[in-house]
Design a protein around this ligand. Structure first.
Ligand code: FAD
Length: 460
């Protein structure tokens, strides 16, 4: 039985930097990883998807080049090269993270699967087949999440794709049906559509991006439909069956019965925390009804000295949130600060094209909270930078407090929407009110310059 000051389970987006910093602070530290260093983000999430989306955007831009007076000839997809480029980037990020851990003094990287065998004791099934028992003063759980399969008749019997397995495809699917019209499903749907697949997205709500405002959902619906992506909403899938050649899906959309024949199905209906095999019953750590680990505002579980970080604890599931969890825990434990997750900003960006950058509350939430708010909207077709670069799809939208003039939230569906949203996020964090932004001097002609006009619209 070896004893450590700190053990981290999972080399994800919180665990990896935390392990390094704790070891650098003089703590005897071990990090246990059952698969690849870097977790979902580097290996099956942000990195590979954004690398492949870049290829899909190049296809789209090549097709649109003629609108800018550039004739490019026939466009050919070399999917093998697209996949290789993605794999190379993933391998580069993974191996540099792994090297970073291995080169840190006082830090041991252990490849294996960890389970609690007591309150502060873990049994590790090492990837080499043997077993090891370890104890620690502090234990940090950073085991992330995995695809959740919905309860649909016949789904378990077929060979469906997840956001992980779809990244290993060697060829472009002929007809990909995506179950779930949210961030992951829409990013993959648009990407494979641009690579040449026929895409059908099945969404159970009345529109895609059910949590966002109606005007944002409608604008993206129009953009994706114009790209010939089929979006079917109000869907209840009755049955899925696979024969030697095809997958058949029977469904109702509203009151209409439909049958769809597909070559592939991607399940993108949500993710479930990886807590089931952690032996949490052996240490009494409490979970919510979806299996997420319950934590307090400083990310400590009900067991003193045991913390949970990232997707495994529930709430917003993003890399930057997992990374911020690390920063909070590290600074509180080592630098004696008093940070909490309460009221931290939760920006996010969906990397469809155009992107959807989001921060703060939506109009829907402002209405529900009965706030005294105003809404500023600017269509991208009125943005000089957008017109000049032929990127006129989407809109910028901001929710402001009518009394204090503070920005409460924004949704930027635009080319570089994530960057424009970040400018508004900085304004929110610095309490820069909309009447000041209206006259801020931004460089011309940038997208951010249009924030002048966005807020100019408010008093018309
Ligand atoms: C397709 C896709 C695209 C995404 N795109 C974005 C994006 O653009 N931007 C964004 O912010 N977020 C994105 N995300 C979400 C992001 O990847 C996650 O929020 C982030 O990786 C969570 O990090 P984490 O540290 O909580 O866990 P993870 O990164 O999932 O790491 C958990 C690690 O724990 C290991 N592990 C689990 N159980 C054990 C065990 N018992 N013993 C040892 N090791 C264990 C796992 O193997 C894994 O390596 C995307 C996700 C997906 C699926």
């Amino acid at each position: 039985m070896e004893h450590y000051d700190a053990i981290i389970i999972g080399a994800g987006q919180a665990g990896t930097p935390l392990a390094k910093r704790l070891a650098e602070a003089g703590k005897k530290t071990a990090i246990i990883e059952k698969r690849y260093v870097g977790g979902t983000c580097i290996n099956d999430g942000c990195t590979p998807t954004k690398a492949m989306i870049a290829s899909a955007r190049a296809v789209y831009q090549a097709r649109k080049a003629t609108e800018l007076g550039v004739e490019v000839g026939a466009i050919k997809i070399n999917f093998e090269k697209i996949k290789q480029r993605k794999d190379d980037i993933v391998n580069q990020f993974r191996s540099s993270s792994e090297k970073g851990l291995k080169n840190t003094k006082g830090l041991e990287l252990i490849f294996g699967t960890a389970r609690f065998s007591d309150k502060k004791e873990l049994t590790i099934s090492l990837n080499n087949g043997s077993e090891k028992k370890v104890t620690a003063e502090w234990i940090f759980i950073n085991t992330g999440a995995k695809t959740a399969a919905p309860d649909i008749e016949g789904l378990a019997e077929i060979n469906y794709l997840t956001s992980t397995t779809i990244l290993d495809l060697e060829t472009v699917p002929e007809h990909l049906v995506v179950i779930g019209g949210n961030y992951i499903g829409l990013e993959f749907g648009q990407m494979f559509n641009r690579f040449g697949s026929k895409i059908t997205v099945l969404e159970k709500s009345s529109g895609i991006l059910a949590k966002e405002d109606q005007d944002i959902s409608s604008a993206l619906t129009e953009i994706l439909t114009d790209e010939k992506i089929e979006l079917i909403t109000d869907v209840k899938i009755n049955k899925i069956a696979q024969d030697k050649k095809h997958i058949n899906i029977t469904l109702t959309s509203g009151k209409t019965w439909k049958e769809i024949t597909a070559s592939h199905i991607l399940v993108a209906t949500g993710r479930t925390p990886q807590t089931a095999d952690l032996g949490l019953e052996n240490c009494g750590i409490k979970l919510d009804d979806k299996g997420h680990i319950l934590v307090d505002e400083k990310l400590e579980t009900n067991i003193k000295g045991v913390y949970a970080l990232g997707d495994v604890k529930g709430g917003p599931a993003f890399t930057h949130i997992a990374y911020n969890d690390y920063a909070i825990v590290y600074r509180n434990l080592i630098e004696d600060t008093n940070y909490t997750i309460h009221d931290r900003p939760v920006p996010y960006c969906m990397f469809t094209d155009p992107q959807l950058g989001r921060i703060g509350i939506s109009e829907k939430e402002a209405k529900e909270k009965k706030l005294n708010y105003k809404v500023a909207v600017l269509l991208m077709s009125y943005v000089a930078r957008g017109i000049e670069t032929n990127e006129t799809l989407g809109l910028m939208k901001a929710i402001v407090d009518a009394d204090s003039k503070k920005i409460l939230g924004a949704a930027v569906l635009a080319s570089e929407g994530g960057e424009i949203m970040s400018v508004l996020q900085m304004a929110m964090e610095g309490d820069i009110t909309y009447d000041r932004i209206r006259y801020c001097v931004f460089a011309h002609p940038t997208y951010s310059e249009s924030l002048n006009n966005l807020f100019m619209n408010l008093d018309k």
